[in-house]
Design a protein around this ligand. Structure first.
Ligand SMILES: *[C@@H]1O[C@H](CO)[C@@H](O)[C@H](O)[C@H]1NC(C)=O
Length: 463
């Protein structure tokens, strides 16, 4: 029971560490330098550069709408004038995050289902005799189904297909040259769900005409969301007309790096532009094209179509971002890791002092205290007695200070006679003890002598 009570009481004690000071300049300087380095790292890198005091949000919820403006007029001697509006040259036309702008094309008008020779560009369609064109076979990578006949004038198989088949080379100069001056209006809405923060890339301005007149420029109009296609391509380091002839792919990256401690207006997007179809040197992979057809019906109800093979630039809009806001938890973690690093330095310095210096043995002696259990046991008996008395003394000393005034006049002589005798004997009996405690011992011994002598406590030198 008593042991348990002692343990419980000891829980209420505050225990602190005792330090050993090693007067060694080199280690001292080394340790201070290390502390400075850690401090520099924590403040400079973790807090200032990496904003370690902030809670981070890497997921961004985003939506992108696009709208293109501009028209182009093409004039072909065979097919006549053609006016291209955004509804014609943007595929798909619904304003998506990924869109394609037609810049060049091969048009094959008035195709009807029928029989005609295969194009001589298709290897599987070539023939020297009818036996090369087995009836019912599909022309590999071709346009139709073989009828079993070889046409001598073209040296290709006759096929059942949409006729005539597409022919002719890609125009060297892009037919929609004017597409360089088209503009795209990109609206991007973002949200950081953790911080419930939403914003859009469209500048909130009081001027209603701003959006009608501006075009994006990283210097003069960094927050204007309208982009000139020619500029978009040239910022990737490519020539627009060259890219327009063969087609290509451009990435528009919108980056939101928001420090939400700084306020709403400081969270703004950064744009960057790259060409995504990198293999521009290899002619086989360069460019981007696909085909589509428009279908019509004539007066007799028969279907015919116009086939387009279109070349153009595909734009991919990518959005990413992260936001940070002050929070107590990451701050504490950053500070805590700093302290842990400091501790690692102390450990390293200890290792050097203990094992790598020629004065190591002296340091070791000072640092490690060896406990001799036999000695400690006999001592602990002593200290227990002392503890009891300390409590006793505290109580008494309070009392005595009150009584002192009253009984100050009483028997000063008596004290001086009686106590030295006692004190001597007590000292002899108990062997050498800490001087401070001797006074208490006297009081304990003297107390039975009567209440008016309690002030004898005051004999102990520190009272
Ligand atoms: C684009 O517009 C500019 C200025 O209006 C003009 O000088 C240029 O010729 C145009 N580019 C094309 C390819 O039409």
């Amino acid at each position: 029971m008593a042991a348990k009570g002692g343990f419980l009481l000891s829980l209420l004690n505050y225990k602190t560490e005792k330090y050993v000071v090693a007067e060694n300049r080199k280690i001292g300087i080394l340790f201070r330098l290390y502390q400075l380095a850690v401090l520099g790292y924590i403040i400079g890198w973790v807090f200032v550069a990496k904003k370690g005091y902030q809670e981070k949000e890497e997921t961004i919820q985003t939506s992108v709408f696009t709208k293109l403006k501009g028209v182009a007029l093409t004039n072909d001697s065979e097919k006549g004038l053609h006016m291209w509006g955004a509804e014609d040259y943007v595929i798909p036309p619904n304003g998506e995050q990924v869109f394609f702008v037609v810049t060049n094309y091969i048009e094959t008008p008035n195709q009807r289902l029928g029989f005609c020779p295969e194009s001589n560009k298709v290897p599987d369609g070539k023939c020297t005799s009818d036996s090369d064109c087995e009836e019912g076979d599909v022309v590999t990578a071709g346009h139709g189904i073989k009828t079993g006949e070889c046409i001598n004038s073209t040296e290709t198989c006759e096929i059942q297909a949409w006729c005539p088949v597409e022919s002719g080379p890609r125009p060297e100069e892009p037919l929609l040259m004017a597409s360089e001056n088209f503009t795209v209006y990109i609206r991007n809405f973002i949200r950081f769900p953790k911080f419930e923060f939403s914003k859009s890339n469209v500048l909130e301005t009081a001027d209603p005409n701003y959006l009608k007149n501006c075009t994006y420029d990283s210097e003069t109009h960094p927050y204007c969301p309208i982009f000139h296609l020619g500029n978009l391509v040239s910022w990737t380091g490519n020539d627009f007309q060259e890219m327009a002839a063969k087609g290509g792919s451009v990435g528009i990256l919108i980056e939101w790096k928001c420090d939400l401690d700084k306020g709403y207006s400081e969270c703004n997007p950064q744009y960057s532009f790259t060409r995504l179809d990198i293999n521009t040197n290899s002619s086989a992979t360069a460019g981007y094209n696909f085909r589509y057809a428009k279908y019509f019906k004539d007066q007799n109800g028969e279907t015919y179509r116009t086939l387009f093979k279109v070349y153009g630039i595909r734009f991919d809009i990518m959005v990413n971002g992260q936001a940070g806001k002050f929070s107590i938890v990451p701050t504490l973690i950053a500070i805590g890791s700093g302290f842990a690093l400091m501790g690692a330095g102390a450990f390293a310095c200890d290792m050097i002092l203990l094992y790598m210096m020629n004065t190591s043995s002296i340091y070791r002696e000072g640092k490690f205290e060896v406990i001799n259990f036999k000695k400690e046991r006999s001592k602990s008996k002593d200290s227990k007695d002392e503890k009891d008395k300390t409590a006793h003394r505290d109580r008494r000393s309070k009392k005595s200070s009150v009584e002192k005034d009253i009984s100050n006049s009483i028997t000063r002589e008596e004290e001086s006679k009686a106590i030295p005798a006692e004190s001597q004997s007590s000292v002899e009996r108990r062997g050498p003890t800490i001087p401070r405690n001797t006074g208490q011992r006297y009081s304990a011994l003297l107390s039975p002598q009567g209440p008016d002598q309690k002030h004898h406590v005051s004999f102990s030198p520190h009272l």
